[in-house]
Design a protein around this ligand. Sequence first.
Ligand code: FES
Length: 102
Amino acid sequence: PSVTYISATGRETAVAGFAGDSVMETAVRNGVPGIVAECGGSLSCATCHVFVCAGSVFPAMEDLEDDMLDGTAIDREENSRLSCQLKLGDADIRVATPETQV
Ligand code: FES
């Protein structure tokens, strides 16, 4: 699937992803700015915050992700998720990255 990352300034970066990989891993592997992912995906940093665009669907979050989202640098919104917890399926995905992660 393709994954499109939209920066806080509106710049779009589209990369090819692989089913089973996370939205965070896909960004880091491709050098996409806007996702820091300090903890490497172990759900302890909240620097992989993204806003999931309308039309992109992921399974509901677990309680720990919900708790961690209360500690993001930019306040969470209704569509906030931690991208290390978002696994790609077959569908193309669009997410927006916050202005800062730290
Ligand atoms: Fe640290 Fe997602 S990479 S919580």
